[in-house]
Design a protein. Sequence first.
Lengths: 226, 226
Amino acid sequence: MSRRSGILEFAVLGLLREAPMHGYELRKRLNTSLGVFRAFSYGTLYPCLKTLVANGWLIEEPGSAPEEALAASLAGRRAKIVYRLTAAGKEHFEELLSHTGPDAWEDEHFAARFAFFGQTEREVRMRVLEGRRSRLEERLEKMRASLARTRERLDDYTLELQRHGMESVEREVRWLNELIESERAGRDRRSGPDAPALHDNESGETGGLPRHGGSTRPDPSDDTAK
Amino acid sequence: MSRRSGILEFAVLGLLREAPMHGYELRKRLNTSLGVFRAFSYGTLYPCLKTLVANGWLIEEPGSAPEEALAASLAGRRAKIVYRLTAAGKEHFEELLSHTGPDAWEDEHFAARFAFFGQTEREVRMRVLEGRRSRLEERLEKMRASLARTRERLDDYTLELQRHGMESVEREVRWLNELIESERAGRDRRSGPDAPALHDNESGETGGLPRHGGSTRPDPSDDTAK
DNA sequence: AATTTCATGTAATTCGTTACATGATTCC
DNA sequence: GGAATCATGTAACGAATTACATGAAATT
């Protein structure tokens, strides 16, 4: 019951799996570290955390810094609340990770899944990447069909919008192709049904992503932005 | 009051400005012809149409086919409802078109605006394109900053996600640059305060978009899809 | 005759935001 | 000591979806 959000729940569990955190920090990581993928507000996050606690997947802990705990105990002061994943929460997250329902291919859902690929088994990674790709290919076909049907009735701008949209999708398909290829390459020999199941993966083994030219130089002219 | 949806309202008015239509067809055009931009369901569309009628921007007309009107008059039968833009509606849409609030640069809003560029004055087109571009450049800066701050703490997949996201944004900026350039080129000489205001633009004058290689051949292997 | 597609709607529910309210900590 | 940022929450609202309910027209 209380089937909260899906993607937010998933992302929160995933982030907390790496390390305990309080809400404020959680939100920042949600909005920056994890790709471009959507900005949640506190009004969304805090109630969600409550629910996850109620489900037994998280526990609230007083802030870890000793003076905080002291200050909190002295008066009725409010201290930072650090959320930590419980064993049940870990289990639940792992279950979510292996679920490859057809929702997993949708835009934001996919991005969230991808963001936690580091904690995902290779087999599942493949399913998600391939599922996403065929979802996009479906979309492309629909776009092509609709374009073929209506091309002459459309003005230049509408046409240009369609063209650009299609090109974006095509570009993502190419990206997925590269990723899938390098997953396959990383598989090498031996990856039978007894996969290593990298539950507590610390080894630097990620299969080796397609090295793109890192044009993203540090750019010293801005650090924390305005 | 009853500030409905924004983008749906805008798109509906824009589509009906071209020709009267009934709800079902409207929805199809919303989801196909107008770029990739989001699929609205009937549960959203019909109530919205009601509101627009209540505001005096649309009127409901019985289906135009003569047998339908006849059938409807005979019994209490339900006939197709064709929506037509009123004079007030036309005026309202034109007002929305010229509005360039900061919302106009956001993803979906922008797509909707762009889709109706054929009915938009050149000056406004420029403002929207440039606004969108600077919005994206802001976003890029934030992404670069956040990446510079967190690069070493991130695993390969998260990094790859970020990289791909940034590249997508960069690509759109390049697209906008082309568009802006060709808008400027189309302006030629003379485009003072007395612009032609293409209210009932039928002339093929659109300024000439950057001709991209039309790789979108008809593809006879699917017409109306499954 | 049955199925698909066209066509219009409503009610309940989900997901998420904005605005508000409060207070602690850090930096200048 | 004042501003910015950190930190946690709630209530009211908004936008849109899903599932439901209905029925006509076209196609097979």
